[in-house]
Design a protein around this ligand. Structure first.
Ligand code: ZN
Length: 272
């Protein structure tokens, strides 16, 4: 990182009117969350699925809730427990302190379903979880359009990779599933996420003629939802991207700066 570049970014972040904080799975690595990038990363976290040769794309699929709910809930229950037990790293607080100190209006745009932004203290009304949240449930049969908070404690036997209890829909008693957009998913209830999207669009509308910085952290190319959003914003708004990513740091034509580090190191350097 060049000193000159860092100074420029800091000045830019002081000068803008609003900030979009966008994040993919890479932001969680320094909190100790597993990196599912590539089959090897995923299978390191779930050795039994390696033996069964089930990839992340195959596992994160509504198919299992129909065909093997205890396997489906072993995967999601294990992740739920992991996210509940995880403390978000200091980078989250650094972002909040920056927004507060310089009175920046912000919005979080994330493909993560882990709820770590809420947990670290970001305003719930200023978070758009584009793929939903593991902390909410819906009915697999969509008997109603309810989405409810997941308050259940799910026990997982990690050796057999089976959930010992399975959350049910309180209305029809069918298996409940996380309110997450999965692969090949036609049953996802997007009502909660649509409400977040509406607030996000209001934020964009309000700041249409203003300068909006995008601080993008740990957004990969495998599921490029967050990177597309960054590109869209830099193309349609008066906006520059600060892309923090140790591997996929290329700006791909976006106006801005690229920081080839992890989240904490990058944020400590660039935040004024
Ligand atoms: Zn139901």
């Amino acid at each position: 990182m060049e000193m000159n570049q860092i100074k420029q970014i800091q000045e830019y972040l002081k000068s803008v009117d609003a900030v979009i904080i966008s994040a993919g799975a890479g932001i969680g690595v320094e909190s100790g969350l597993p990196d599912f990038r590539g089959s090897e990363g995923f299978w390191r976290a779930y050795p039994l699925l390696k033996r069964l040769k089930i990839s992340f794309e195959e596992m994160a699929n509504p198919y299992w809730f129909e065909n093997d709910p205890s396997l489906a809930w072993a995967f999601y229950g294990h992740r739920l427990n992991l996210y509940r037990d995880t403390t978000p790293h200091e980078g989250f607080k650094l972002l909040q302190e920056y927004c507060k100190r310089f009175e920046k209006e912000y919005f979080v745009f994330t493909s993560n379903v882990d709820g770590q932004f809420q947990k670290s203290g970001f305003d719930t009304d200023k978070i758009y979880e584009v793929h939903g949240s593991i902390h909410y449930l819906q009915c697999t049969q969509n008997c109603t359009d309810s989405i409810w908070q997941n308050k259940e404690k799910i026990e997982v036997d990690i050796d057999s990779f089976k959930a010992l209890n399975i959350p049910l829909c309180p209305k029809c008693k069918a298996v409940a599933r996380p309110n997450i957009l999965m692969f090949g998913d036609w049953g996802w209830n997007s009502i909660r996420t649509n409400k977040q999207a509406k607030r996000y669009n209001e934020f964009l509308h309000k700041n249409y003629h203003k300068d909006i910085a995008i601080i993008e952290i740990g957004a990969g190319k495998a599921v490029p939802t967050v990177r597309y959003e960054s590109k869209k914003i830099t193309q349609n708004f008066s906006s520059k991207l600060i892309r923090i990513n140790p591997r996929d740091y290329n700006l791909e034509g976006c106006n801005g700066w690229s920081i080839a580090t992890g989240a904490i190191e990058g944020l400590k350097a660039i935040l004024p």
